[in-house]
Every structure is written in C-alpha cells, then in structure tokens.
Design a protein around this ligand. Structure first.
Ligand SMILES: Cc1cc2nc3c(=O)[nH]c(=O)nc-3n(C[C@H](O)[C@H](O)[C@H](O)COP(=O)(O)OP(=O)(O)OC[C@H]3O[C@@H](n4cnc5c(N)ncnc54)[C@H](O)[C@@H]3O)c2cc1C
Length: 387
C-alpha cells in the first residue's frame, strides 16, 4: 500500500494530497501527546497549524487520572514541585487556576523494618526515584482538586478546533525534506515546517534515526521502572492516624520491591471521602516482573501491596478497591553522561526544524515537561527560512 500524504488545505483541514509539496501555511507536527507535547501544541496553536500524534488511545502520557466517584485515583504523576511557576501559569491559561491545591500535610515517615519514625525535610524524596533539586526538598507538591488528569483534559479542550489531535497514531520516522520535514505514521505522511519530538528517549532514537546517527545514543537512556498500587480501605480498617504524606521504606527493610507508600487521602483530602482511606504503594519492579513468562499479574501486585502495608500499619480489614499501574522504563535518570548525550543530539539538530521536548530530555517531572514543551514551541515558532 502506498503512503498517504497530508497537507493543510485552505479551509484549515488536513487533506490527502499527491504531487510536489507546496506548503502555504506554517505548520508543525508534535509527536507525543504527553504534557510536554500538549504544552508545545498549545503555545504553537494560535498562529501555526498543529497536528498532535500520540501512539496511545488517550492523551496525557505519564499523567493518567481515573475518576471513580467518589474517588480520584492517580495512576501516574500526582502533582508537581511547589516552586513551579510554569504549571500554575499554564493552568491559569486553560481555566484551572482555581483548582490548584497544596498538600494538606507535609510530614513524612520512614520505616526501618521495625517501626515508623518521622523524617526530616526532604529525606523521603530520593526513595521514589524522582530527582528533586536540593531547593525543592521538603516543600511538598501542588496538584489539582480533581487530579492531574484535569490539566490534560483542559489542554485537550483548549486545543479542540485549534489543532488536529490524533490518538492511536504511532509516528515511525521523521525525514528532513528540502522545505521542512515529513513525519511518517503507518501509512500516513505529514508534511510540515517543523516537528516537536515529545516522546520517551528510546522512541526519539527510532524516530530520528534517519536525521542524525547521533540519535542512536538515546536508545540507551538510563531509566527506572515503577509499579504503583492504589488501595482503598474502609477508614476504620487502617489502624493509624494517617497524619503524614506517607512513608518510605529503608533500603535494608525493603521486601518484594516495596519502597514507599503515599497516604493519598491525607495528602490531598479532596480525593476521597473521610469514610475511606486511599493508600498508594510504590514498587521498583525487576524487569522480568513486568514482561515475559514470569510477569506478575494484578492480583500478585495487590497481594504484595497488602502484605507490605501490613508490615508497617495494623490492618483490620481488606481493601474495597485496588488499581495497579505499570510504568516500564518510564523515569529518566539524569547522569552527567546522559545530559551530554542529549546535548550532543541537540547539537546535531541545530539548524534543523526539529526540537526535542519532554521530561526524557530536559529534567524529570511535570514542571520540567511544561518548560521543555514551551522551549520547543519557541524554537519552532521562528518564521521558516526563505527559500
Ligand atoms: C508512576 C509515576 C508517578 C509520577 N509522579 C510524579 C509526580 O508526582 N510529580 C512529577 O513532577 N512527576 C511525576 N512523574 C513524572 C511525570 O509524570 C513525567 O515526567 C511527565 O508526565 C512526562 O511528560 P512528557 O510529556 O515529557 O512525557 P510522557 O508523559 O511520557 O509523554 C510521551 C508521549 O509520547 C507518546 N509517544 C511515544 N512514542 C510515540 C510515537 N512513536 N508516536 C506517537 N506518540 C508517541 C506516548 O504515548 C506518550 O503519550 C511520575 C511518573 C510516573 C510514571
């Protein structure tokens, strides 16, 4: 089957076209509809034709909120660093400023295998594998009353009619053309003046293989995997005041990969009625526990979560709900050598209408993803060079 080529038509829609490319309006393809890609799309949309492609059936990437009345369950990111200016600014633009919330409690506990003890500011952060700048330690995070998914939903609403957003669409390569780029997605090809690659690093390595051989290094980007299990209990089945953000488990006391627990219902009280306790347990899985013949099923992760919790808190009843979320190789780890690998790839993209965006390249976390998306949009907003 031949490749279908899409170009913007004069009425603003994308139309199939054959023949020599003749680009009239400025357009950019954004690959990846996580927070970085959506932010870039929003920034570009007022005066650029934007098409967003995401491989998943939904937008948001590592932000995924489930609303199961009366509960708000975060399956990915639960908030963003307190000092962030970029996220509240973006929230205000999409009408969410009044929904910003802070943590209801700040103190955290540590479990040493024997008992819980209150930790000093910042002691808990490193356990979760998120690299937190020194100045942010101990300040807690902010979020949205109805969860991080409300930011994705608001962005989606704002992009409606301003950008062509396509889910279930996996981009397979980016090609440099005489007057811009061509993005291949299955049997479709999108011609544009520029492209934002807002994916994980390993996806970017594949997408940019024909643009620069230096991109291959991105396939070896260091990452960590995570499994998060959220459990809902009747409040009286958990014999603890839940008067903190949660606990981290000392390395010597970790069993079956359990590293930390967030007392979600205490940290963000709007997420759960007082009759229930929402507790979120974080595991660092072995690769074979996530895929292959020995991969663990949801029931096993839930059993591990309940057992692990039972070592730390006294439970007098079973959970009434559970949500298991697997995030293979999702959390980038920024070493000096990885930072210089990204810089090296970006140097090779200099002068080309291609920008990398996202937490995979410019610092992990929600705030970094937004700032990176904004930077990519600024870079591609320059008028095309006269030809
Ligand atoms: C369990 C968990 C908890 C977290 N908690 C926090 C937290 O509390 N605070 C915080 O600051 N950060 C947290 N993070 C990290 C934060 O969620 C991420 O850093 C951020 O959401 C990354 O956004 P992004 O847009 O850069 O990338 P992603 O969200 O990874 O988006 C990339 C997108 O690209 C798409 N894609 C990939 N390849 C292709 C392709 N070939 N074609 C089309 N689309 C493609 C993917 O489907 C995906 O939607 C957490 C992460 C996890 C996994």
């Amino acid at each position: 089957m031949g490749i279908r080529v899409y170009r913007r038509s004069s009425d603003g829609g994308w139309r199939r076209a054959d023949g020599v490319p003749h680009l009239i309006m400025r357009r950019v393809v954004v690959i990846g509809g996580g927070l970085a890609g959506l932010t870039a799309a929003l920034r570009l949309a007022p005066d650029t034709d934007v098409v967003v492609l995401d491989a998943q059936p939904r937008l948001g990437g590592q932000i995924l909120t489930e609303w199961q009345d009366p509960l708000t369950v975060e399956r990915g990111a639960e908030g963003f660093v307190f000092r962030s200016e970029a996220v509240p600014r973006l929230a205000a633009e999409v009408g969410l400023h009044a929904d910003l919330i802070g943590q209801s409690v700040v103190q955290s506990y540590g479990f040493d295998g024997d008992r819980l003890r209150v930790l000093g500011p910042g002691e808990a952060a490193a356990f979760l594998g998120f690299q937190v700048p020194r100045g942010d330690l101990g300040k807690g995070i902010r979020s949205f009353r109805q969860g991080m998914g409300s930011l994705v939903r608001a962005l989606e609403t704002h992009l409606h009619g301003r950008a062509d957003v396509r889910t279930d669409t996996t981009a397979t390569s980016v090609e440099i053309q005489e007057r811009g780029v061509r993005v291949i997605a299955g049997n479709d090809a999108f011609e544009a003046h520029g492209v934002v690659v807002a994916t994980q690093a390993r996806d970017a390595a594949r997408l940019l293989a024909s643009v620069t051989p230096r991109a291959a290094i991105l396939a070896t980007a260091p990452t960590l995997s995570s499994v998060a299990v959220e459990l809902a209990f009747p409040r009286d089945a958990v014999d603890h005041p839940l008067d903190g953000t949660g606990f981290v488990v000392a390395e010597s006391a970790q069993r079956e990969g359990l590293r930390a627990c967030t007392f979600t219902s205490a940290k963000f009280i709007a997420r759960c009625p007082p009759s229930l306790a929402l507790l979120r347990l974080f595991f660092r899985p072995e690769p074979f526990e996530l895929s292959g013949p020995q991969a663990l099923d949801d029931a096993t992760w839930c059993r591990r979560a309940v057992d692990g919790l039972g070592r730390v808190l006294r439970l007098t009843g079973a959970p009434s709900g559970s949500w298991v979320s697997r995030w293979p190789a999702a959390l980038p780890q920024f070493s000096d050598s990885y930072r210089s690998a990204v810089a090296n790839v970006e140097a090779a993209l200099e002068g080309k209408p291609i920008a990398l965006a996202g937490a995979a390249f410019h610092g992990s976390g929600i705030d970094a993803a937004v700032r990176s998306g904004e930077r990519a949009a600024r870079r591609l907003a320059q008028p095309p060079a006269a030809s």
